[in-house]
Design a protein around this ligand. Structure first.
Ligand SMILES: [Zn+2]
Length: 97
C-alpha cells in the first residue's frame, strides 16, 4: 500500500475513522519523521478487501472495476461516473439484456 503524507492534525481524522471502526482508516501514514501503519489485527476478509478497494477507487475518481481514471461525468448529477467508458458500456449492455 502507498504511504500517505499527513500532518499530525490530519492524522486525527484517521484516528476518528478507527474509532468508527471504518476500514478506511487502514493505510501507511507518514507524519514528519514518523511512519504509522494502521491495519486490522486480523487479515481482511475477501469482501472487506473488495469494499475498501472500491471505496478508494471511487474517491479517487477511478473506475471501480479496473482502476482507470474516469473522465466522463453523469449529465444528470454532474458527478463522475463510477466506471470507465469501457466498463460503463459493458455493464449498460448487460443490463439491457
Ligand atoms: Zn474500467
Amino acid at each position: 500500500m502507498k504511504s500517505v503524507k499527513l500532518t499530525a492534525k490530519e492524522f486525527e481524522k484517521v484516528v476518528k475513522k478507527i474509532s468508527a471502526k471504518s476500514l478506511d482508516a487502514c493505510g501507511t501514514y507518514i507524519i514528519g519523521e514518523f511512519k504509522i501503519d494502521v491495519r486490522k489485527t486480523k487479515p481482511l476478509s475477501g469482501s472487506e478487501r473488495v469494499s475498501l478497494l472500491y471505496k478508494r477507487r471511487k474517491e479517487q475518481g477511478l473506475c471501480v472495476v479496473c482502476g482507470k481514471k474516469v473522465t466522463k461525468k453523469n449529465p444528470k448529477n454532474g458527478q463522475l461516473y463510477r466506471l470507465c467508458e469501457i466498463h460503463r458500456t459493458k455493464i449498460d449492455k448487460s443490463r439491457k439484456r
